[in-house]
Structures are given as structure tokens and as C-alpha cells.
Design a protein around this ligand. Sequence first.
Ligand code: EPU
Length: 421
Amino acid sequence: MEKLIIKGGQRLHGRVKISGAKNAVLPIIAATLLGNERPSTLDEVPSLDDVHTIAEVIRSLGVDATFDAGEHKFIVDSARIEKCEAPYDLVRKMRASFLIMGPLLARSRRAKISLPGGCAIGTRPIDLHLKGFEALGASIEIGHGFIDAFAPNGLKGARVYLDFPSVGATENIMMAASMAEGQTVLENPAQEPEIIDLANYLNVMGAKVRGAGTNVIKIEGVNMLHGADYTVIPDRIEAGTYMVAAAMTRGDVYIENAITEHLKPVIAKLKEAGVAIEEDVDGVRVSCDGPIKSVDIKTMPYPGFPTDMQAQFMAMLAISEGTGLVTETVFENRFMHVDELKRMGANIKIDGRTSVVEGVSRLTGCQVKATDLRAGAAMVLAGLVADGETQVGYIHHIDRGYDHLVEKLVSLGANIRRVDE
Ligand code: EPU
């Protein structure tokens, strides 16, 4: 098993380039299944384990997919889809595999996907996805560990109200509705930048999606979509993670390619903490040479503070001046990094959905584990400022979502390396 060894205490400085967004590219790759004329070429696709997994998922359907991780290029020819069933082994590996259900239902009129089950950060049900498919006229059967959805006469546009603006449900319903007959009105959808990116890609494939990024999305179904070339947006969570790294290490880092419009809550909270932020059209410079003040954060659907930055902020608050409250409202169980941070000397108490973080003057390096992707990022951040050596295990979680993390941190002056035990 591989792990990361970090020697804390280096101030990060220099430039780092942000890769394409994991949470934009996964639904976009699922959406390539909708194109039955000419291949799709996707650019700026990050080199991540999750991208390799979704590539395997669509290949398992008989689709031709090539990923050139070095060139960040992903080519899919989905002229022929041979199967409409996604096996347990792949869905278990990555819940986002479930995103192929909408496109498969629309294109093949049937999708049989293994039930995703629980995951590290909560039970994560899929009821909203299924409710949407049913509203579009699909029949759903659940049994033997599978969800079988079928619409032999095709999907029909409908009005769908989401009880919660789920990112995945919005994406799945948007993809399914793109090829349904008539108009779909999706109310209370997620408004994340990744939703807009998916809508933009669907539209270049020939879909008619309007209003993505607002609280009503209208989709006029079309008969056929074609493959298209598309460049994925930069990863706002990767950018946010390097911003926090710069602040925590009292560094000075220019984060190239970051779209600051997507990072407003993160920037606002860093400024409130006393961190200097200079935004321009190509990215953002983050520097900090004084103490970091504690702030309170509460995770919310976009444009609120992102749950995917909660763990990294917790690592920062662990060494800030004063007490900060971290309230997680999106996932019911996303505090597993608390125990790991406490092993490093953090003073954190959990009270229901809120963690009370009392800043300490220093963290101490020790053996910790990445309990999920963002928790893993938080451990790396803590290790960058801890006294002595930190060893982060279970780094397969980190490899799912951070493109060349070690190389990028080393280029900024961090003392971090990957070793095989
Ligand atoms: N939910 C339901 N029913 C549903 C769907 C979701 O109750 O049918 C609940 C979930 O249980 C959760 C909440 O709604 O409590 C939010 O879930 P959502 O569907 O919005 O999240 P997701 O689509 O499963 C995506 C990202 C996550 C990110 C969340 C929230 C991808 C591939 N994943 O997940 O990313 O945390 O949105 O922004 O886009 C990560 O990158 O580390 C990560 C976990």
C-alpha cells in the first residue's frame, strides 16, 4: 500500500496550475453515451483514478473510450452501445457510475445499474434520481442488488421538483430529459458550476437545455444527439485546496486557471480569516504572513460554502487563532477527518452536525489516514504545517480526485513524497 510522507514546515511559494474538474468531467463522460453520431473529444480531462473508473464503466457497455492521461484527452465513440447494465464491481468503486443511468435510459431505453449502497460520507440515497426518471415515464424495479429502469416507448418530458438540489439527480435528469419527448421543467435543481458545464456540453451535442445555474432548468427534448468536442472547466475544489495550503503554510502562491467566480464563498472566508487574495482573469494569488483568524463555516448547496472544502478548512481552523464552528448540512457523516486531525493535536469537539474547532499553536506529525477524498486532502494540509513527519495512509482516496498532487506540492516547495510500503 502506498502512503504519503510529509515533513512539515515549508512555506509554499510559486505557481500551480489547476486541472480540469473531476465533478464536471464525470457527468460529461456519462453524457457522451448520448451521442450516436461522430465521436466526442474532451480536453483538460484530469488524470485521476475516478476518470479511469468511469472509462471502465462505459467500456463495459461496449463503447469505445480512450483516455490519454498525459495529453488530458478523452475520446469516446458511442455509436454502438452493446449493453445497458453496469456491474457491482464498478459501481461499488465509484458511486458516480450511477450517472450513466440517465443517458442509458434515454438512449437505450433501459438501464440496469447495481445499487450504489452507502459510502464513507453518508448513506447517499438515490431516491431523487429515481423520482425524476419515474416522472419522465420510466418504470423502476429494484431487486437482487440492482435497479432496473426501463422506458420501452421512450421518455416523456415532465415537470420535476427536487426536494433537495442534488447535484447527481440534477445531472441524471438533465441527461435523460435531453432526449425525452417534449419539454421538461426541473425545479429546485442544483446550481453548481459543474451543472452549467454539463448543460453546455449537452448543448454542443445538439440538446436544448436552458437555465442551468439558476433555480429552474428547462429542457426541450430532441430525437438525436451527436458527439462533440468540449473542454472541461477547471476544478474549483482543487483550486480551493491549494488556496488553503498557501494560507496555512504562510506562503505566497499564484493559482493559475482558477475561476474565482466559482470560488466566492471560499475567497470570502479566507479574507475573513485575514488571508490576502488578489484575483485576476487568469487565476488568484493567495498569500499570508500573519496569524490566521478563526471563522465559522456552514456548508450549503452552491452558491453556499462547498461541502467539498469543509475538511480542508477544518485543517486550517485547527491552527487558527480562536474558535471556529464548522456546520455540515449537505452530508450527514462528513466529519471523519476530525479524529485524524485530533491525532495530530487538534482540539475539535463534534456536537451533532457542528464541529467546534479551538485553534492550537501547532500540530504534530504522526500516522493518519485519508478516510475519504477531501478528508485526505485535509490530512495533507495538516501535514504541511505539522512539526516533524506525517504519514498519510489510504491515499487511494486522494488519487481519486487530485491530479499529480505530490508533484504540484513539490513544485511549490513542499517536502512530500509517495512511498510504497
Ligand atoms: N441525496 C438524497 N437523495 C438523492 C440524492 C442525494 O437524499 O437522490 C442527498 C445525499 O445523501 C446528500 C445530499 O443529498 O446528503 C447531496 O448529494 P448530491 O446528490 O448533491 O451529491 P452527489 O451528486 O452524490 C456531488 C459530488 C460530491 C459533492 C456533492 C455535493 C460528484 C461526482 N460528486 O455528489 O463530490 O460533495 O455533489 O456538492 O459530482 C467530492 O468530490 O469529494 C465529492 C464527494
